[in-house]
Design a protein around this ligand. Structure first.
Ligand code: 13P
Ligand code: ZN
Length: 270
């Protein structure tokens, strides 16, 4: 059995939580990440027959039965994951149609997975239906996207178009756009279901007055998705109060579609 501290999936997770903290997206315990792992990768580092604890999830997700996830712990600080991974992170396997999580490693102090576990697992189900290679769901609190939800209308088409207009390459990075939820109580199955519904049509879902969710095939891609949207929101917050005399037009965006071989979300460009 190999030392789990050398597992690429764990190293990648620690690098990502550290990087997100350094970007200011994850104050205190803000934010959470879940990564779908292959059974073969897990069993190289852990005896998958040894279950440390079972934890009820409070929801069902039959599509994920038997699946393994590396998940940040609730109440844990992203900045600390690098110093004490076994306390701040955990590896679980879902069973009983997703109603129970078997803890195989981590949450050493008796902790458990993020309070946003429903939103994560339900989003995995939704994204896997669109892209069988989706592996990551990531949530954080980037300041500019959050700020934008206080001053910009929450209409998804308008919100997406504004972000696309802020940086030339936004439409290339997230042609599917950004979906937006109104403020909802976090940590509930209800916000989980609403997030998963929004994940059917876009890999980015803004939680108004709270933060953002991203989904992707690996941690780097998902981080990059949020990073690009957050950069666009930063530019918006710098210019929103100033007269705009130049902009990225729809015809420029059509040129970008052609040059980069992407298709903007149907009906979002004139
Ligand atoms: P957790 O500490 O439970 O992951 O919650 C953080 C958060 O961002 C809630 O939305
Ligand atoms: Zn949050």
């Amino acid at each position: 059995m190999k030392d789990i501290m050398t597992a690429p999936f764990l190293i990648d997770m620690i690098r990502t939580t550290t990087n997100m903290y350094n970007h200011g997206w994850d104050e205190r315990n803000g934010g959470n990440i879940s990564v779908l792992l292959d059974e073969g990768d897990v069993s190289a580092y852990l005896d998958t027959n040894t279950v440390l604890r079972t934890i009820p999830t409070g929801f069902s997700a039959p599509e994920l039965d038997g699946k393994y996830f590396l998940v940040t712990g609730t109440g844990k600080y992203f900045k600390n994951a690098q110093y004490d991974p076994e306390n701040n992170l955990g590896i679980v396997r879902l069973k009983d149609g997703g109603e129970t999580a078997e803890l195989l490693w981590g949450y050493k102090d008796g902790g458990r997975f993020t309070s946003e576990f429903p939103a994560h697992m339900m989003s995995h189900v939704a994204r896997l239906k669109v892209d069988s290679e989706n592996r990551v769901v990531m949530h954080c609190h980037p300041a500019n996207l959050l700020a934008m939800t206080f001053v910009h209308m929450l209409d998804e088409r308008e919100f997406t178009r504004t972000l696309w207009q802020m940086c030339t390459e936004c439409i290339v990075v997230f042609p599917d756009g950004v979906n937006v939820l109104p403020w909802m109580l976090c940590g509930t199955n209800e916000i989980g279901e609403a997030t998963a519904e929004k994940m059917k049509t876009a890999r980015l879902v803004v939680w108004s007055l709270h933060g953002i969710y991203g989904a992707g095939r690996d941690l780097d891609e998902t981080f990059g998705l949020i990073e690009t949207a957050e950069k666009a929101a930063e530019i918006y917050m710098k210019i929103a109060h100033l007269p705009r005399i130049n902009t990225i037009t729809d015809s420029m965006m059509h040129e970008l579609e052609e040059r980069f071989g992407v298709k903007a979300r149907e009906g979002y460009l004139d």
